[in-house]
Design a protein around this ligand. Structure first.
Ligand code: PEP
Length: 250
């Protein structure tokens, strides 16, 4: 049985006070009623205080990014070791906003994957096509290539520490959601690609999350699909009630 996960990507939102307020609201929710593992990805500045406030909670912490180097003259960057030292368990790698706005290439993402694993950080690796690629029916190939170039240099045993997030770029922050059927067909494709590269067992064990305008009113239907193992939630994760409702969809 695969781990079901609901992860909240807070992006560049929330001052420290706002983060702690949101966290306190989340801590009041009874996530034990859900089968899903709950992860939150606050901005860098709030990781440590949130970690300190999460003692005795089942909520796990992710960063939204990572630098691929160990240390040194990389002004403004945060290393894997630093993340580990403040209680981070997961890192998001390859979010479409990092790929598009910060020109993060597949080759760079591959280095980030290696760096995260070296420091025992688990990875949520994001893939997904833009609208033109979807319209040209290239989405299956695009996602396969992103996996091959950014992730498939790691071994099958390392894959145990990786969760994949399929996030169609046209559905992120747009209010537009892939239909449950669209999500299912591409998640099934991703699992097939994993089985071809590694093996069927590994593919069956890998959690594949859907991301793109997931809200309380559509989560259940999407999560009910056979190959959808949870969600990576942006906008709706900033509201404790909405996020909790999405978590309870499992
Ligand atoms: C995201 O940024 O990963 C995301 C899925 O955002 P939203 O839920 O707002 O579409």
């Amino acid at each position: 049985m695969r781990t079901q996960i609901v992860a909240g990507n807070w992006k560049m939102n929330c001052s420290l006070d706002e983060s702690l307020h949101l966290l306190n609201e989340l801590k009041l929710k009874d996530f034990s009623k859900s089968n899903a593992e709950v992860i939150i990805a606050p901005p860098y500045t709030n990781l440590y205080p949130i970690h300190q406030n999460l003692k005795n909670s089942s909520i796990k912490i992710s960063s939204q990014n990572i630098n691929e180097n160990e240390s040194g003259a990389f002004t403004g960057e945060i290393s894997p070791k630093m993340l580990k030292s403040v209680g981070v368990e997961y890192v998001i790698i390859g979010h479409s906003e990092r790929r598009a706005i910060y020109n993060e290439s597949d080759a760079l993402l591959a280095k980030k994957v290696t760096a995260a694993l070296k420091h025992d950080l688990k990875i949520m690796f994001c893939v997904g096509e833009v609208l033109e690629q979807r319209k040209a029916e290239k989405h299956f190939d695009v996602v396969k290539e992103q996996l091959e170039k950014g992730l498939f240099h790691i071994s099958a045993s390392e894959m145990k520490n990786v969760v994949i997030a399929y996030e169609p770029v046209w559905a992120i922050g747009t209010g537009e959601t892939a239909s449950p059927e669209q999500a299912q067909e591409i998640h099934e494709h991703i699992r097939k690609v994993l089985a071809e590269k590694y093996n069927q067992d590994m593919a069956n064990q890998t959690s594949i999350l859907y991301g793109g305008s997931v809200k309380p009113n559509n989560a259940k239907e999407i999560f009910a699909k056979k190959d959808v193992d949870g969600g990576l939630i942006g906008g709706a994760s900033l509201d404790a009630d909405s996020f909790a409702e999405i978590v309870m969809s499992f």
